[in-house]
Design a protein around this ligand. Structure first.
Ligand code: BLA
Length: 499
């Protein structure tokens, strides 16, 4: 899987020099307004041949008042894209403007006479926002969003897709037309949306592919006359799609696709992924509804996760208070922890805990046998583990782990005085996981016999993986509580100078 991720991560996306045909791309020099390049479909959408359009200036194309507005916006916008309506060659158009170094990318979209009113767009948005706000948790909010966005957009299928730490993703909510394949609760490997494709969501809130069967359009002239090289199109929504992804969508029987980012703390958390079996184009206004809703999901995820974490922390600290009191009352660690062993297990969210000091082992709950705990401590010492350390699968790193995998698969080690072999070890039992992959994750790329040409996987049929010898990971909040507790253990030990 790693190889695939790296391989797919190198597919170039910025140097395609081609665009999709649902808009016209203009590359305009900052300051002079000279049109450096335009896409070759300009005649179809705007009635101006590319040879005529490229080399002319925006002064010749839009009114002075509109140009002034454009200049004012460009002067105040630091980053990101903004929309502007203009009349170009008698056509009412929408310009989606993005400043790049030395030039400006402008995507031109023709505005239909029949425009959705503000209320048309606001109505579903307002309803969905209220529903998201009152949802119990992230999954419930995701279900509501999938349902509302499917009704609003008319896409055949709307999914909420959540990334894990390794950038594999899971479909956590899905709303679809009857008869379509369901991907609900299935996992997809990281290489399906490789690093450089994920990076693009930093600048582009969404990616719209209205028709996989499009004919790519070239830029005229081919080279940017300012830089004498290809224009970097990575931030253009119109950018042509990597062929491996076109093939991927075809293999999924998808003709149109749209994905909108969901962020958490500025990092990609997931996507709203939409599919349609026939071509489907969404206007800028409609895409903006997706973009806005995604910011509400971001706020919801933040609020839900912060509340959960605050609750866990408060519980953890109450547990620490009970255990420390008990240690002070008992006058030593072993007895004190033992008298509050329930609180100890609870504060470390563990199935078992072992205290190792002066080569003796005291344990509570489900732990390896004392001799195995001692061997494990020796292993931790020889690996220089003197800070909080967690390993959800002991067997993955430590050969001796097989002997006690069922009783204890996951380890959270709290070194007290590591050099003396004094540790508090928290264990979690094995939790066998069954993962349903959308197609075999070990066969995501198939090379042709020439060793150069390659294809994405053909089948998305469920491929089941069973993961043994692994426990659920301790969360960041659980680690923070454990670290606070470790500080107490350290201070107590140093103060009472137990040897
Ligand atoms: C892009 N892959 C994408 C995108 C998505 C997915 C959402 C963004 C473009 C879009 O919105 O269509 C993947 N789509 C999914 C997944 C689901 C879904 C997982 O609906 C699940 C329900 N892809 C491969 C292989 C490679 C690869 C083997 O399968 C590389 C060799 C690459 N995927 C790839 C590339 C892009 C991509 C390069 C960027 C395409 C582009 O923007 O031009």
């Amino acid at each position: 899987m790693n190889f695939d991720s790296e391989f797919c991560g190198r597919v170039p996306l910025n140097q395609t020099n081609l665009v999709q045909p649902h808009g016209v791309l203009l590359v305009v020099e900052s300051g002079s307004w000279r049109i450096l390049q335009c896409s070759e479909n300009s005649a179809t959408l705007l009635g101006i041949e590319p040879e005529e359009l490229a080399g002319s200036t925006l002064h010749d194309r839009i009114s002075a008042a509109q140009l002034e507005r454009l200049a004012a916006r460009l002067a105040s916008v630091r980053d990101g894209k903004f929309p502007l309506t203009v009349t170009l060659n008698g056509h009412k158009c929408l310009l989606i403007v993005e400043p790049v170094d030395g030039y400006v990318l402008m995507e031109v979209e023709k505005l239909e006479d029949e425009q959705a009113t503000f209320v048309d767009l606001y109505e579903p948005l307002k309803y969905a926002i209220a529903a998201i706000e009152s949802a119990e948790g992230v999954v419930e909010a995701s279900r509501i969003i999938a349902r509302e966005l499917k009704a609003f957009s008319g896409f055949d299928k709307v999914m909420i897709y959540r990334f894990d730490k390794e950038w594999n993703g899971e479909v956590i909510a899905e709303e679809k037309e009857a008869g379509m394949e369901s991907y609900l609760y299935q996992f997809f490997p990281a290489s399906d949306i490789p690093k450089q494709a994920r990076e693009l969501y930093r600048k582009n809130p969404y990616r719209l592919i209205p028709n996989v069967d499009y004919t790519p359009i070239r830029l005229y002239p081919v080279l940017n006359p300012l830089t004498h090289s290809f224009t970097d199109l990575s931030n253009s929504n119109l950018r042509s799609v990597a062929s491996v992804h076109i093939e991927y969508l075809r293999n999924m029987q998808v003709t149109a696709s749209m994905s909108t980012r969901i962020l958490k703390n500025g990092k990609l958390w997931g996507l709203i992924a939409c599919h349609h079996r026939s071509p489907r184009y969404l206007s800028y206004q409609e895409c903006s509804v997706f973009e806005m809703l995604s910011t509400f999901i971001t706020a919801k995820i933040g609020a839900v996760e912060d509340a959960q974490s605050a609750f866990r922390k408060a519980e953890g600290h109450a547990g620490i208070a009970r255990v420390t009191e008990s240690v002070f009352a008992a006058g030593n660690l072993g007895d004190g922890l033992g008298q509050q062993s329930e609180s100890l297990l609870d504060l470390l969210q563990a199935d078992g805990v072992a205290l190792v000091q002066q080569r003796s082992v005291q344990s509570w709950g489900s732990t390896p046998a004392p001799a195995d705990v001692q061997d494990l401590v020796y292993w931790l010492q020889t690996h220089g583990i003197n800070r909080l350390y967690q390993q959800p699968s002991i067997t993955a790193v430590y050969d001796g782990g097989d002997r006690f995998a069922e009783a204890a698969s996951g380890l959270l080690a709290l070194p007290i005085r590591a050099e003396r072999g004094q540790y508090l070890l928290a264990f979690r039992k094995e939790a066998v996981r069954r993962i349903d992959w959308g197609g075999n994750p070990n066969e995501t790329v198939r090379f042709e016999s020439d060793g150069r040409r390659y294809h994405p996987r053909h089948s998305f049929q469920v491929w089941q993986q069973t993961v043994n010898g692994t426990a659920p990971e301790w969360t960041d909040t659980e680690e923070q509580v454990a670290e606070t507790f470790r500080q107490f253990l350290l201070e107590y030990t140093l103060k009472t100078a137990q040897v």
